[in-house]
Write a protein that binds this ligand. Structure first.
Ligand code: ARG
Length: 463
């Protein structure tokens, strides 16, 4: 007989209910209510399979199905009453089912445990997040492609060490991020394919003596196949870790781009104007327009990476099979998923709105002796100079220009010839930034011709 104050699911073995602190540390309903729809989908598939296998009657299965649909609509309508005493989403749903349909509710848990149930629910949830993240990454890529196309031959300084290195094109810079976000989406696709095995039917850890049909439940829930080892099925959280690691890498990419936008939108750079829609003002300094969205995107990588490290640490050292430690998996993943989706949406909005400042970009591209490498290459090509000597000669010319406070194209031919007498006036053709970018037409290079070819490739791939 179950004691009045003890748990209605396992009260038979208990004389008293839990201490209030026990209830507080034990309950997960505060957060795992986010798995409600997945829990109900899993239970529907399980009940239908139990009936098909003759383990429960068709009329019980029908009552369970209708009861679960009622519960789903209550949850969607916000009228479902969650109870902390009932610990988690699984027991909340089952207890409500009992209110609604009576006895038959007690048959749903045949050949099942909360261990395979939660693993299934969580996998279904994470699988949706992979799909949402891939869609979010593609939307961002499309926004970047539009920027790349509009500025395929716009010049800007390319940096190494954040020092002016060589002129590049705006389109080329945008496409660098298209590549990064493509790898992120590809990582998510790989992980999604790997995780798509159904834990349901693994039961507590060892499988079940009932004649269940795991192929049927796996197929009903959109899994490719049932997970092959019941111990592994209930204790595997690799899918969550892979989601977190792929998300952390994507967030790192977002953070790098966000940092560039912060720099580029500053008064010192003025490379881009961010829209009012993604900026904020200052409560004291009237002139300020702050790139808050970019800064927050830059920061999100911290909590997402934190979630990854958090869950790796939870899982480390856990013996097979299920341990309650694993209940600590969800909040990490929920928070990381929310953060990633928000960061992707904000970045997509900012990229769509931002306006590159062509004049400032060109001015910056032309300063800092950015075409010095072009000059050295010209000396190699036209005067047959060894590259090392050309590097030395160019260095001397840069020094001369620096001393005179001018740029390389401002040096007279006589001045150039005083350093290397073979130099002729053709050299001026390679000192301009447009010719410089145009000349770098090697595969994957910054030349507008290459950029346009890559844009065409990406447009087809994303279509
Ligand atoms: N709320 C639990 C979790 O999220 C469900 C599984 C409980 N299993 C158990 N054997 N106590 O992990």
């Amino acid at each position: 007989m179950s004691n009045k104050t003890s748990n209605q699911m396992w009260g038979g073995r208990f004389a008293a209910g839990p201490d209030a602190i026990m209830e507080a540390i034990n309950a997960s309903i505060g957060f795992d209510k986010r798995l409600a729809a997945q829990d109900i989908a899993g239970s529907r598939a399980h009940a239908a399979m139990l009936a098909a296998q003759g383990i429960i009657t068709d009329s019980d299965a029908e009552a369970i199905r209708e009861g679960l649909l009622t519960i789903l609509s209550e949850i969607e309508a916000g009228t479902f009453e969650y109870s902390t005493a009932l610990e988690d989403i699984h027991m909340n749903v089952e207890a409500r089912l009992k209110d609604l349909i009576g006895e038959a509710a007690g048959r749903l848990h045949t050949a099942r445990s909360r261990n395979d149930q939660v693993a299934t629910d969580f996998k279904l949830w994470v699988r949706d997040q992979f799909d949402a993240a891939i869609a979010g990454l593609q939307a961002l890529q499309s926004a970047l492609l539009a920027q790349a196309e509009a500025g395929a031959d716009m010049v800007m300084p390319g940096f190494t060490h954040l020092q002016t290195a060589q002129p590049v094109t705006w389109g080329h810079h945008m496409l660098a991020y298209v590549e990064m976000f493509a790898r992120d989406a590809s990582r998510m696709r790989d992980a999604r394919a790997r995780m798509n095995e159904c834990p349901l039917g693994a039961a507590a850890l060892a499988g079940t003596s009932f004649p269940i049909d795991r192929q049927a439940t796996a197929a009903a829930l959109g899994f490719d196949r049932p997970a092959a080892n019941s111990l592994d099925a209930v204790s595997d959280r690799d899918f969550a870790l892979e989601f977190l690691s792929a998300s952390a890498i994507a967030a790192m990419h977002l953070s790098r781009f966000a940092e560039e936008l912060v720099i580029w939108s500053s008064a010192q750079f003025r490379f881009v104007t961010l829209s009012d829609r993604f900026s904020t003002g200052s409560s004291i300094m009237p002139q300020k327009k702050n790139p808050d969205a970019a800064e927050l995107i830059r920061a999100k990588v911290g909590r997402i990476t934190g979630s990854l490290v958090g869950l790796l640490t939870v899982m480390k050292g856990l013996p097979l099979a299920y341990s309650k430690d694993m209940q600590e998996d969800k909040e990490q993943v929920f928070d990381a998923a929310d953060s990633l989706m928000l960061a992707l949406a904000a970045m997509t909005g900012m990229v769509g709105d931002m306006v590159p400042n062509k004049e400032a970009l060109e001015r910056a591209a032309s300063s800092g002796f950015s075409t010095a490498t072009d000059l050295a290459d010209w000396l190699v090509r036209s005067l047959n100079m060894p590259f090392r000597e050309a590097h030395h000669v160019t260095g001397a010319l840069v020094k001369m220009a620096e001393d005179q406070g001018c740029d390389l194209p401002d040096l007279t031919l006589a001045q150039m010839q005083s350093v290397a007498k073979g130099i002729n006036s053709d050299v001026y053709g390679v000192l301009g930034v447009y010719n410089s970018t145009k000349s770098r037409s090697s595969y994957g290079g910054t030349a507008p011709s290459q950029v346009r070819a890559q844009i065409a490739r990406w447009k087809e791939a994303l279509a």
